[in-house]
Write a protein that binds this ligand. Structure first.
Ligand code: XIL
Length: 346
């Protein structure tokens, strides 16, 4: 073949760059396909079981899922040695059938621990040596159970305080700072292919938290600890400014070689809902996607629930709500349309 023909053949064979894609995406799955950013949602297992419309929208729109509560320690081992995997298994199986990847959430946290564990530590019946063994077994058992079925694990969640000190959890108090490296190593041993993340809130903007988390990652890397990603929870509210430096913060972690994910995005507002507030909310969602797209290492954007029918916000932030992409009736809000309209800069 003549060089010109070869060149022509190469040009014709190359896929269209996504940014030249002629059509706007029809839904979030198409947005994920066109951008290469996985689009996920937290899943409420009771709703998944009971509500067919919830199921239909989840599986139509999302190619990634996270259990909102079903993989937390209190959910999987409510009594010592008594394991309740039903909900977690159901989600992992549903994801397989619907071609969704899974984020495991979460292995080490200070919240939603089973009472037998916190009480045992408090009354001294569980000492430090035993506690370390319990944590190792917990991580090993859970990660092994879903080996090959979970793309990424939130290994440690919220381990840094707002002021940049390490959180004084039962883990730090009783096991010392080495528990974090241990947790990553145990998880890696149980599933060498899973991507292992550190996850936190307010990491989008809070300088002390950002600096401590960056140092922590560097320290772990210096010790050859298998850490692969950083998760920004992204619990935002329109009464606060959008975290305008977020893309730069993502880039600082990406520069350490980490994958970046937005893991729990939602944008709450003071009720009542108004059209103006929904319009502002839409800009927060689209800016988060734009920020993710501007950093090559950002490969997942997961929302913390996709419908206002099932959202943690009203229960946790008094007088606030309407934080999701779809309303209680699963009708798309302006934020949903804004996400589809984001210019694909990749
Ligand atoms: C929340 C759930 O959404 C609620 O249903 C539950 O009652 C409490 O936890 N950061 C996290 C999530 O990492 O696990 C939390 O999820 C929200 C804040």
């Amino acid at each position: 073949m003549k060089p010109l023909i070869i060149a022509l053949a190469l040009v014709l064979a190359a896929p269209l760059p996504a940014s030249a894609h002629p059509r706007p995406p029809r839904d979030l799955r198409q947005l994920a396909q066109q951008t290469g950013v996985r689009i996920g949602s937290a899943v409420d297992l009771a709703a998944l079981r009971a509500e067919s419309d919830y199921r239909r929208v989840l599986n139509r729109e999302f190619n990634h899922v996270t259990a909102e509560n079903a993989m937390k320690w209190e959910s999987v081992e409510p009594q010592r040695g008594v394991f309740t995997w039903d909900d977690a298994d159901t989600l992992v199986e549903s994801a397989r059938r619907n071609r969704q990847q899974v984020r495991g959430h979460t292995l080490v946290w200070h919240n939603q621990l089973p009472a037998w564990l916190t009480a045992g530590v408090e009354d001294g019946s569980i000492d430090a040596t035993e506690l370390r063994g319990i944590l190792r077994d917990h991580i090993t058992t859970q990660v092994r159970r879903y080996k090959g079925k979970i793309r990424a694990w939130d290994v440690v969640n919220e381990v840094v305080e707002e002021d940049g000190t390490m959180r004084q959890s039962i883990w730090l108090k009783h096991l010392g700072p080495g528990y974090i490296a241990d947790a990553f190593r145990w998880a890696h041993r149980a599933d060498p292919h899973a991507r292992l993340f550190i996850n936190d809130y307010n990491l989008e903007w809070n300088a002390p938290k950002i600096e401590t988390t960056l140092s922590l990652v560097k320290e772990l890397q210096a010790q050859r600890v298998p850490i692969h990603g950083v998760g920004f929870q992204g619990h935002l509210g329109i009464q606060y400014d959008y975290p305008g430096d977020w893309a730069n913060v993502m880039r600082r972690f990406a520069d350490l070689g980490l994958e970046v994910a937005i893991t729990e995005l939602d944008v709450r507002m003071e009720l009542p809902v108004t059209p103006e507030k929904l319009a502002t909310q839409a800009t927060y969602y689209s800016r988060a996607m734009t920020d993710c797209l501007s950093v090559r290492a950002c490969r997942e954007l997961t929302v913390w629930g996709f419908t206002d029918r099932h959202s943690w916000v009203p229960g946790w932030f008094e007088g606030q709500g309407a934080a999701c992409l779809l309303d209680e009736n699963l009708a798309p809000k302006p934020a949903y349309q804004a996400l589809l309209a984001v210019k694909n800069a990749r």
